[in-house]
Design a protein around this ligand. Structure first.
Ligand code: ATP
Ligand code: MG
Ligand code: MG
Ligand code: MG
Length: 476
């Protein structure tokens, strides 16, 4: 089943069951705590928080998502992309646990002829929160899932909150057994590659108080109105329904890998290292196109820096596979054509997206040349002196003069057997920021003092890449 059909069926199923179909919101979150949208519930947060009255008691969407913290997994696990689409159904004080569980089961297991996805019920494994007897009982007694295929998990994976006082509640996840070729048996509690998580159902039923982050806080009581928030990964379901080994081999991403093969001569399946590179390229180019499509432009701060790092990583992986010429225009073109079927604005914006992407590639290729010379010399000197760690000074120089994201320096140094003094790098970055601030104060001439803003923007752009989606744990 094609990705487009998975999406159509999702929306049709929930529309027929009284849900308002809401188009995907932009990846640029309308939310000051987030740079980018990491989950389908984000556009509906004001309804869940009771700040705004929902337009309807039940809605459904297929939301564009970006999760930068998953970048290290890309190409290595079979199921993580930096961009993916989350299919969701939401209830604001309307149906609750039993309703959500019944819908999920019906859609997944009813036959393709009947509008469902036709999954074999015997391959589905369920996890519930360890204290959620009610959810377990529904799965076992109402749906009929055998007790041995229901597992109880703790707070980390199976309890949801926003990390701050407000709504929270247990989750229940639906996982698909891909069979023994994906490793040992024992259910999702022991093997998350074989039993791949496809759908997370969040039962928002309690109010939490202040406490330590995700898992140490008091439950103050029941919410006056209970909500449902669910998220199914479209690419993960596509991987299962298309019978392929990982999400990069599904219809919308495979074509990008094929284009990368055409441009480099590197065949998919020939070697583990280059397979990872092909997947990284497919994922990152797609994410870049989707971000530019929503108005992000490459830069040194905030979202622009997310985009820059992702694009530069894709380009570098193309060069590792032997590309010597610019490649971005052709790769982006494939993404625009494929994703444009679901997101027609990509087609109308094709010219602008390609111009932005190609300009960033040109800037990077120039920087890569100069920066690589500096890096190679520094590596040679470090090794000659018997060292194993590239200094923070050099990493800072590469960042400041050549626009080398720190993860690029880390990766390139590691290829030559060196680590990098990241703490040294960070303290130089901080020093530079502090000086800029002092400078701004000294020069203050009645203009607004933007130093506080800059501090936020700079630190999000220069410290850990994983710091962006503050509510990553919050997930769906
Ligand atoms: P995992 O444990 O596999 O990392 P998750 O628990 O972080 O997934 P949720 O936050 O529950 O994921 O998101 C809901 C659904 O979105 C998941 O069940 C999965 O199908 C999908 N999903 C989450 N992260 C990704 C990703 N990086 N790439 C593709 N699909 C994803
Ligand atoms: Mg995750
Ligand atoms: Mg999970
Ligand atoms: Mg989950």
């Amino acid at each position: 089943m094609e990705s487009a059909e998975i999406r159509r069926r999702w929306l049709r199923f929930f529309e027929e069951r009284g849900h308002n179909v809401v188009p995907s919101a932009s990846l640029i979150a309308d939310d000051p705590t987030l740079l980018l949208v990491p989950a389908g519930m984000v556009p509906f947060k004001p309804y869940f928080l009771g700040e705004v009255k929902p337009p309807a008691p039940r809605v459904t969407s297929v939301q564009k998502c970006v999760r930068t913290p998953d970048i290290e997994e890309v190409g290595k696990t079979t199921r993580h992309g930096t961009f993916f689409q989350m299919c969701g159904n939401f209830s604001f004080g309307d149906y609750f646990k039993e309703g959500a569980i019944k819908y999920a089961w019906e859609l997944l297991t009813s036959s393709v002829a009947d509008g469902g996805y036709g999954l074999d019920p015997e391959r589905l494994w369920i996890t519930v929160y360890k204290e959620d007897d009610e959810a377990e009982q529904i799965w076992r007694d109402v749906i009929g899932v055998p007790a041995e295929r229901i597992q109880r998990l703790g707070m980390g994976p199976n309890f949801w909150s926003m990390g701050v006082p407000g709504p929270c509640g247990p989750c229940s996840e639906i996982n698909y057994d891909r069979g023994p070729e994906f490793g040992e048996e024992g259910g999702p509690a022991v093997n998350d590659e074989r039993y791949v998580e496809i759908w997370n159902l969040v039962f928002m039923q309690y109010e939490r108080g202040a406490g330590e982050g995700k898992d140490d806080f008091p439950i103050l009581g029941d919410l006056p109105s209970k909500n449902i928030d669910t998220g199914l990964g479209l690419e993960r379901l596509a991987m299962i329904l298309q019978g392929v080994q990982n999400m990069y081999e599904t219809d919308t991403l495979r074509v990008v890998m094929d284009k990368a093969t055409e441009l480099t001569g590197v065949r998919y399946g020939a070697d583990h290292g280059s397979d990872v590179s092909l997947r990284v390229v497919a994922d990152h180019i797609r994410t870049s196109v989707m971000l530019i499509g929503d108005g992000v432009t490459p830069g040194n701060e905030g979202r622009g820096y997310v985009l820059r790092r992702i694009m530069r990583r894709a380009i570098r992986n193309m060069r590792l596979m032997g590309a010597t010429q610019p490649v971005v225009a052709e790769l982006a073109d494939v993404v625009i054509t494929t994703m444009g079927q679901q997101y027609p604005e990509l087609l109308t914006e094709r010219g602008r997206i390609e111009t932005v992407a190609v300009a960033e590639e040109a800037a990077f290729l120039k920087a890569l040349k100069g920066g690589t010379n500096i890096l190679d010399t520094a590596v040679t000197e470090t090794k000659a002196a018997g060292g194993k760690v590239l200094s923070g000074d050099k990493a800072f120089l590469l960042h400041d003069t050549w626009g080398f994201p720190i993860d690029l320096t880390l990766e390139m140094a590691a290829e030559q057997g060196l680590s990098v003094d990241e703490d040294g790098f960070r303290s130089l970055m901080k020093k530079q920021r502090d000086m800029a601030k002092a400078d701004a104060r000294a020069k203050k001439t009645g203009h607004a003092d933007v130093s506080a803003y800059r501090e936020v923007a700079d630190s999000s752009g220069t410290t850990e890449f994983t710091g962006y989606t503050r509510t990553e744990g919050e997930s769906t």
